[in-house]
Design a protein around this ligand. Structure first.
Ligand SMILES: C[S@@+](CC[C@H](N)C(=O)[O-])C[C@H]1O[C@@H](n2cnc3c(N)ncnc32)[C@H](O)[C@@H]1O
Length: 317
């Protein structure tokens, strides 16, 4: 199914409409260009730069963006390289930058990508899984990491209560000659490791948090977001907005703290102050939107300079 329902689309369009101008829209997570195509449609003078590290997503996005020829550039790179946009010839700064984090439905439903505990496929999970792509796959991590590293991954990225038990079970399985190459094998092993009453208490699929944790580790998702947020601020025009839709508390926490730091630095402020949630209607129609949270940061028109307002600030001759 080469589809993806864009989350909080009306809220993205409303944030874009509230800007004084929208000449340049940067989509850090182009995906299937769901948000971006609607932005180009609604703002006829806007130009788009869209990042995606997934070749298949870029191909579909290009088809979807075809009617807007001449108004978009697809960047085949990790969004951690956001700041480099400033080096592009003709790049006039961004009026809005959108992050719609995580994986698309396309990635989730294609078994061979290995993202889903519901479809059997190889334990890959690399978003940039092109021929010759570098980086550890989920199978590599499960084959190489020791109990401490696995525990940290499951605990820190999956907030998994049984991180240590699962990590120990995986390493024991390895010591007995067991290998993990498919998603179904990992699900089966987790079901074997965790006693049935624990699985019943977990609420949701017993492998859900482990899969999320492995995906975050394989793609260094927290590291990429960390770099990209500052990159986004560096290319943002005065008055511009950074819009982030996140799907788990780790991401949301990072975004919340970064926005707070930027405010303390005098760069701008969260606007609105509180995060936005999808409407009930949306969550009923699109299950994936249930965990979504949107935060928006607006850069001040003029950067406030602490020194400026001070009587004793040195003056230049
Ligand atoms: C949730 S989907 C975006 C869907 C899109 N907003 C739409 O409406 O069609 C997230 C996309 O971001 C991409 N992505 C995630 N992390 C990335 C990163 N660090 N660099 C570049 N692309 C990334 C994924 O490959 C995926 O296609």
């Amino acid at each position: 199914m080469k589809e993806h329902t864009s989350v909080m689309l009306d809220e993205v369009l409303a944030a874009a409409a509230s800007l004084e101008k929208l000449d340049v829209f940067v989509d850090a997570t182009l995906g299937l260009a769901g948000h971006s195509s609607r932005v180009l449609e609604a703002f006829p003078s806007a130009k788009l730069y869209g990042f995606d590290q997934d070749a298949e997503a870029r191909e579909i996005a290009a088809e979807r963006l075809a009617p807007f020829e001449g108004r978009w550039t697809i960047v085949a790179a990790n969004f951690r390289r956001m700041a480099e946009l400033a080096d592009e010839p003709d790049f006039a700064g961004a009026d809005a930058v959108l992050f719609d984090l995580g994986v698309s439905n396309l990635q989730l439903t294609e078994a061979e990508r290995g993202f889903s505990f519901q479809n059997d496929g190889p334990l890959d999970m690399r978003m940039n899984a092109e021929a010759g792509a570098e980086g550890r796959t989920a199978a590599d991590i499960l084959a190489e990491a020791d109990i401490a590293e696995l525990t940290a991954i499951f605990r820190d990225y999956g907030e998994e209560r049984y991180a240590f038990q699962i990590a120990k079970g995986i390493v024991r399985n390895r010591e007995h000659g067991g290998t993990l190459t498919t998603t179904a094998e990992l699900v089966e092993l987790i079901r074997k490791i965790l006693p049935a009453p624990v699985q019943r208490k977990m609420g949701g699929h017993p492998a859900r948090r482990v899969f999320q944790a492995l995906r975050i580790a394989v793609n260094d998702e927290m590291g990429a977001l960390d770099e990209a947020l500052d990159g986004a601020l560096s290319i943002l025009n005065p008055g511009g907005k950074i819009i982030v839709i996140s799907y788990h508390s780790l991401e949301d926490r990072m975004v919340k703290h970064r926005f707070r730091k930027w405010k303390d630095d005098g760069a701008g402020e969260p606007n609105p102050r509180k995060p936005l949630l999808p409407t009930e209607e949306e969550t009923e129609l699109n299950h994936k939107s249930r965990s979504a949270k949107m935060r928006i940061f607006q850069k001040y028109e003029e950067e406030t300079d602490e020194e400026e307002g001070r009587d004793d600030a040195p003056e230049r001759a």
